[in-house]
Design a protein around this ligand. Sequence first.
Ligand code: FBP
Length: 306
Amino acid sequence: MRISQKVKKILDNYESDNPGTKTNLARILMHGKLGGTGRMIILPVDQGFEHGPARSFAPNAAGYDPHYHFQLALDAGCNAYASALGMLEAGADSFAGAIPTILKVNSSNSLARPKDQAVTASVDDALRLGCSAIGFTIYPGSDDCFEMMEEIREMALEAKSVGLAVVMWSYPRGGDLTKEGETAMDVCAYAAHMAALMGAHIIKVKPPTAHLYQDAAKKVYEAQKIDISSLEKRIAHVVQSCFNGRRLVVFSGGEAKDEAAILAEAKAIHLGGGNGSIVGRNSFQRPKDKALELLGKMADVYLGKA
Ligand code: FBP
């Protein structure tokens, strides 16, 4: 595998990692249309767990078939495909080695009350399936957040010891957090920073709004005149909160929205120095030709062509 200078520089930021983990990070960073640029587009398909099958796949019924998502990620030239154990197992042979995969090792569901996730796969599963990384969600702010942090501490240690990379979804929710608070600027930067502190190689957060949630933080943002006036500036502040750019940070797509809104978001991520997008529903809920068109245009944004 060729490694670009840009990716070599990124790998140098991971000073404690073994060659196996660096190789797996390089696999993700070098694959697909954005390979070598330091930018990424990742296809995540764990929404069947998080939201249920009809909410996830009914808009484009081809998505009920696990093979569809492997093929979509491949055809779109994504850097990686992330999913839960059963989905990755269902295409493991047909797509072995075709695209880097990320095994989501914990999962939530919308039938349960607690804002928590159960550990639903292991590091051994990730190795058995040839994955490049494990993916783990934490919900900062939830009543169960400390337990989730302790779980990832153990799993990250194990994953790193066998040369896998660690991707952390850091989604504030639960506890006393309001809906507005979940994506507030200070909360989002805080969540991203905690993922970095817990040793994530790739951090995934939602794009932040200009809302400031915690009074103590609001005072500092205002006193220090931290510019959060545009999405680009807010992305830059999240990047700064991820060890000043020493950790990779990608932003999630969210519920279905129109193409112009997605491309405008990608542009802000690009200009703000974010490392890319992890976009699920906005890709697999569209008919395949439309999804490929959209993911192609997003790649052009990250290549600086649009
Ligand atoms: P989407 O692009 O569909 O938002 O996917 C990103 C993601 O992080 C998924 O991996 C996850 O299942 C989902 O968002 C969680 O969404 P929500 O926070 O709305 O439950």
